[in-house]
Design a protein around this ligand. Structure first.
Ligand code: ADP
Length: 567
């Protein structure tokens, strides 16, 4: 017997229509660059004005002759215009392709050509980065410039805010270049209608530390379901009452789904625009009475010293992921603003949110220290997401006992089942339909995932694994330490030994010996790094994570001192 319920396709236009119909009066604000001596200029619009422009943007895509499922690329900051593209491209059946502005030139060329992008929408302040590559793009016919120096148009045609606008870079004289606002003014509105929920809505390439990036293709259905996941109370709990500031870029795994979820829920949005400086972020949270914000740990490390004396009473969630949230960081937020960080885990392939670390009702009564420890885990899987841990190199499942550690594998309706046109797909998906995440971790009997490392960052010493993440967590809880990354260095006897690369806080001092002595009682004896180097900054990847590959390359010839304690 079959169910007798309607089989309504889950599509991006369904999300769009809800905001258009119900929340026309809600605000979408985009910040400009913050001048040194004052607040950033803000451009205000509403969902009503945004929706009207988004319909016309659909018309622009038609006028430009973009094919029925053509790839529409963006090279842009988080802004209201970027949100127009987020809905106009999939709303007209095309595929939004967000380009990571921080990727290396060769990777951008590869991605644009691999995806066969037909048009790129670029913020004017970023044209200098993009233009030198345009000659390497084989399929791009149009470059549409969004003038983020002049101020976006406001609801009801109000004047853009003055002040703080950066210099407008010269535009090359080229027939492929057109102005976003001019095209929009000339275009007619189109309706959004997509029948097939499995049609591609957007694509995003993983930043891939080795080899070429791999393309993940989100469907309309996966986008809707993932947004609902973000709206769940035990997800990120996005609701109409929220004011959401996505610091995580819209070019990085769809701003972790927050832009879509905000529209679906009717939450107000605040976009940081081009200024991701800690001062600009702290200002925006206070000024716009932000309730939910999200970014990688390095962002929150930068903002932490600027919280003093600010009224952040509206804030209820700081979602953080992308790399492990150090316990010390979360605890520092709890001490300063009375609220720890909400850790979530996922990857481009998982839309990206797969787990979130909410506190279970049955944990009430546990000590603050135990709860802080719990919050340093990646949390439990969202509804619809299945997890398993597997012995590396096999399909044997390991027990959820908080001890057994293996590769985390994941499946569900917003998890990738394949990469776009990529011969490497076989390495990442199991024969029985799970995504191999490349993350290694344990799962407690209650389902809390604790990531130990990425498979490629684990340090193998004398045949046993050392977790670089666990070591970093401990080192970063030393009061003198701002950041630390631990890497494996080749060692004749033990195969690999850990080296700690440490950034000290301004004006703080600690010696190598002091730091290692301090660490000794906290970790197994043979985990204690063999050396510690003090560096000015941990190199970061294009999405703001510690780039251990860069560190490994820099210290490939580093001579570790002779190991004292045995392996
Ligand atoms: P890339 O794989 O290119 O770095 P992603 O942004 O998709 O791009 O990164 C996904 C990876 O980030 C995960 O596989 C995991 O290693 C790491 N990650 C994400 N969230 C967390 C977290 N909360 N704790 C630890 N690692 C995380």
């Amino acid at each position: 017997m079959q169910g007798l319920m309607q089989n309504t396709p889950l599509t991006v236009p369904m999300m769009f229509r809800r905001a258009e119909r119900l929340f026309g009066d809600k605000s979408v604000v985009t910040a400009g660059r913050k001048p040194a001596d004052g607040p950033a200029p803000l451009q205000h619009t509403t969902y009503a004005a945004w929706a009207e422009r988004t319909h016309r943007l659909g018309g622009v895509l038609d006028d430009l002759g973009i094919s029925a499922d053509g790839r529409v690329a963006t090279f842009a900051w988080n802004s209201a215009r970027h949100l127009e593209l987020y809905f106009a491209a999939p709303g007209t059946g095309r595929v939004l392709h967000t380009l990571n502005i921080r990727l290396f030139a060769e990777q951008l060329t590869y991605i644009v050509n691999h995806a066969s992008d037909e048009v790129i929408f670029v913020d004017r302040t970023l044209i200098g980065l993009l233009w030198p590559l345009v000659k390497t793009f084989k399929t791009v016919r149009h470059i549409i410039v969004m003038d983020d120096t002049a101020g976006a148009p406001t609801a009801a045609g109000g004047a853009p805010a003055a002040g703080g606008a950066p210099e407008a870079p010269e535009l090359p004289d080229d027939p492929r270049i057109a102005d976003y606002e001019e095209l929009l003014a000339a275009a007619g509105p189109v309706d959004f209608d997509v029948d097939d929920e499995n049609r591609a809505a957007a694509m995003c390439y993983t930043s891939g530390t080795t080899g070429n990036p791999k393309g993940v293709v989100y469907s309309h259905r996966s986008t809707v379901l993932h947004s609902m996941g973000a709206m769940l109370a035990d997800g990120i709990a996005v609701s109409e009452r929220d004011v959401i500031l996505p610091i995580v870029p819209m070019f990085h795994a769809n701003a972790w789904g927050l832009a879509h979820a905000a529209v679906f829920a009717g939450a107000s949005l605040v976009f940081p625009g081009p200024d991701m400086s800690p001062a600009a972020i702290a200002d925006l949270i206070e000024r716009r009475r932000v309730t939910v914000t999200a970014g990688v740990p390095t962002i929150w490390m930068g903002v932490l010293p600027l919280l003093e004396g600010r009224d952040l009473s509206a804030l209820t969630r700081i979602a953080c992921g992308g790399s492990a949230v150090p316990k010390a960081l979360s605890e520092a937020y709890r001490a300063k603003i009375g609220m720890p960080i909400l850790q979530a885990w996922g990857m481009t392939e998982t839309s990206p949110v797969a787990t979130a670390c909410g506190q279970r009702s049955t944990f009430e009564g546990r000590s603050e220290d135990e709860l802080a420890d719990l919050r340093s885990t990646q949390g439990v899987s969202l509804p619809c997401v299945d997890l398993r841990i597997v012995e590396p190199g096999s399909t044997d499942e390991l027990p959820w006992d908080g001890e057994a550690s293996g590769e985390i594998q994941v499946r569900g309706p917003w998890i990738a089942r394949d990469y776009y046109d990529d011969p490497r797909s076989g390495e990442s998906f199991t024969d029985d339909g799970w995504l191999r995440t490349g993350d290694v971790g344990t799962i407690t009997p209650e389902g809390y995932v604790r990531l130990v490392d990425r498979t490629k960052d684990l340090i193998k010493s004398g045949g046993e694994w050392i977790s670089s993440v666990a070591l970093e967590n401990e080192i970063m809880s030393h009061p003198a330490v701002a950041e630390a990354a631990v890497i494996g260095i080749a060692d004749e006897r033990w195969q690999e030994r850990p080296l700690a690369c440490v950034v000290l806080k301004p004006d703080a001092t600690v010696t190598e010996e002091e730091l290692l002595d301090w660490l000794r009682p906290k970790v197994p004896r043979w985990w204690v790094p063999d050396g510690c180097v003090f560096i000015d900054e941990v190199p970061k990847t294009s999405v703001g994570k510690f780039s251990k590959k860069t560190l490994r390359d820099s210290y490939a010839d580093y001579k570790l001192p002779v190991r004292r304690d045995g392996g």
